[in-house]
Design a protein around this ligand. Sequence first.
Ligand code: SF4
Length: 637
Amino acid sequence: MFKKQKLTKTRFKIGLECPRKLRYDADPNYVNQNNHDAQLQALAEEGMKVGEYAKLLFPNGIEIEGLDREKSLEETNLLLKNDDVVLFEAAIEYKDTFIRVDILEKKGASLNFYEVKSKSYSPGKDSLTTKNGMPNNKWQSYLYDAAFQKYVVEKAFPAFDVTAHLTLNNKASIAAQNGINGSFRMIGQGSAKHAVFDLDKLPDDDFLNQLVHVNVDKECNSILASTIHPSFKTNSFEEVVDYLSNIVSDKLIPEPVITASCGKCQFQSLGLSGLDGRLECLNKSYPEQDLKSEDKLIFDLWNYRGKQSFIDSGILRLRDIPKSTFDAPEYKQGSGLSDNQRQLIQWEKVSSNDPMAFVDSVGLSEEISKWTFPLHFIDFETARGALPYFKGQKPNDLVAFQFSHHVIHSNGDIEHKGQFLDVGKDKNPNLNFIRELKSQLSKDAGTVFSYSDYEMKFLSELSTYITSSDAKDADELIVFIDSLVNKKSSRAIVDLLEVYKSYIYLPKTNGSNSIKDVLPAVLNESKLIRSLYCDPIYGKDGEIKSLNFSRPVAWLEMNGDEATNPYALLPILDEVPDDAMLVKNGGAAQAAYSLLQTNEIDPSLKGYLESSLLQYCELDTLAMVMIYQYFQEVCSQ
Ligand code: SF4
């Protein structure tokens, strides 16, 4: 059911992406994937902490409490009768627009507003605009947000001189103390979720040097005067605002405009229960195609940049793409798939409804023959706090707080060999993380595996951190990192994802190579894996030794004909506190780490979160072990 609404900051942003999205955003019956994305939610929480931090820069600011529109407008207008006042979350309305301003400062006849963002900005180095004065891509959505607010504030208070600012993380600032991030805690649920400052003493100047106010009035004026805006090629800013306002207030329904961006539209159901907005858009635009939710679409085609050309030719189903598009030479066993060849295989599998795996066992065997036992499978969990966790950090610097490490020996024995978890608040764990990794991997010369290049990229970033530290063993640690990340090194990390992409395609993944999709596909495909893991052999006292699963686990759980994704089984613990977060992905792991950094955390919740993190990271490396076992199985057939 569509609800009449006002055009807010969030809706303005969504409407600029695609006006049709506003229809789905207003109706909870439509699935919004952003609400199920733990990574996005973790980022949003970090943003809320920065918002709360910014308020500390205005110690006399008054909070306009509550979500009720009328009451907040009344309170704002009353307080603005003062000559000088600072308001947090000031409520301002003009026609069908309604905004809550992060920070509004009234000084006589001037109104300064500050839109707070957790993005990092380098004063004197970063440029917000291109040569023609319009926002560059990186800053576009932030500047449009500020321009929209300037528009509403100026219209609502025409007698005032209004100046726009972005308040951003200052890349040049270095935290002078531990615990800045941990001084903020999230409370509430859903739309009422927000950060609160939670320190028992007033912050000092050292604490408060993380943000910078950037005057963006000139940039806002350029946007307000322009007639070209995202999704709107020939409209004034006012016309854009009126158009989007008319949609949210239900005066008009925008027609969908199908483009390649629809591939990433958040209003698609992807198997979740609820309405699929994207499918509705496609069928409205191309009714003759009568698309169904089970149809594989051009958007599913892996790593193909020319999807707009399919849309321009009216092609939406993957199987309708002409074969000639792929221009791929015939595949020779052992050569490794090129992108075109992999796309062609995906297309062939969909077109012929073929559920069988593509496997190049020649190439895979050759690859495996290069690996040295014992095999080491590693996975890291990291957190990037918008506000620094520790002294010496810049905003958005990485913290390495966890890894898991599985080993396969030459006789086939598997064990969860080691791990690291440091959620302490007194010291950045980065150095101890790398020391422990070095200690665990330096006992032999076995091949080291990751899944994706994330671990390599992170280790390179860690190398920079170590260089600037005063660690006595810095040189040794850097040499160790180089041995893993330098492609010429005999022990350079092998990326299992690249091996998988080169020699295997599993139709059940629908083109995704994420370990969260490949693992269930492997479980469904592999007789060996199913027979190995259908019994509870995995645990502290099990046939396969675990460090964190005390109860023996059978990882194969069938749901009809399909194997359940093992990540869905987490956590496997005797007690799970009511309403506690479930750590089943990297975003949730980061959120759990942030929660563990807060000042006061209940010991039982702390214990639960630590156990959940340990189980989640252990499953990540076990998943790699299973994928390796699948490689072996297909090579021996
Ligand atoms: S599917 Fe495309 S047209 Fe429809 S709402 Fe999403 S982005 Fe807009």
